[in-house]
Design a protein around this ligand. Structure first.
Ligand SMILES: Nc1c(NC[C@H](O)[C@H](O)[C@H](O)CO)[nH]c(=O)[nH]c1=O
Ligand SMILES: CC(=O)[C@@H](O)COP(=O)(O)O
Length: 169
């Protein structure tokens, strides 16, 4: 089996400075969440974006939390520019793993595509705690930063498209 290696992280986009990013973390495993959050916050800091962190019980609650908070922030005139989902789903004895892993991912994809919301999915779906730690640790695969980087990359694309719509003379 190929061992994953830390992916080279991209330089932060230049047009996301000051972005307001909602970070929703499912604090199901504290040690994992600490690492994912530190990684995501580091990526947002590097891009000079503002992270607003909200905690929910588990991965299944993340999509609804994002949907609710994004809508309320827009209504309040303080919209979020992007969102990051952080969590860890570790397979147990039953099929519940498949529900939690698949449904949270599916709902996040729908939220992002339908809502045109730049969204990074940092919900780990793994077999063991060891796999989770290797992916969560900032000093290792740093998947929290990867999720934040992904959200910022799509936000940069969105802002660039808005600034110069395709086909405009
Ligand atoms: N087993 C894991 C869960 N399960 C809980 C669900 O996410 C949800 O909170 C519950 O079904 C109530 O709606 N959540 C994780 O984030 N990680 C797990 O490993
Ligand atoms: C991912 C889960 O929901 C899982 O941790 C629950 O464990 P089990 O399948 O043994 O109930």
């Amino acid at each position: 089996m190929v061992s994953p290696s830390p992916a080279a992280r991209p330089a932060p986009p230049t047009n996301v400075k000051g972005a307001r990013v909602l970070v929703v973390e499912a604090r199901y495993y504290d040690d994992i969440s600490d690492e994912l959050l530190a990684g995501a916050q580091g990526a947002l800091d590097a891009a000079e974006a503002e992270g607003v962190v909200v905690t929910v019980p588990g991965a299944l609650e993340i999509p609804a939390a994002i949907a609710i908070l994004v809508e309320e922030a827009a209504r309040a005139g303080q919209p979020y520019d992007a969102a990051v989902a952080l969590g860890c789903v570790i397979r147990g004895e039953t099929g519940h793993y498949d529900i939690v892993a698949t449904e949270s991912a599916r709902a996040l994809m729908d939220l992002s595509v339908i809502g045109r919301l730049p969204l990074g999915n940092g919900i780990l779906t793994v077999e063991t705690m060891e796999q989770a730690l290797a992916r969560a640790r900032v000093s290792d695969l740093n998947k929290g930063a990867g999720a934040a980087d992904a959200a910022l990359a799509v936000l940069a694309l969105k802002r660039a498209a808005a600034a110069a719509p395709v086909g405009e003379d």
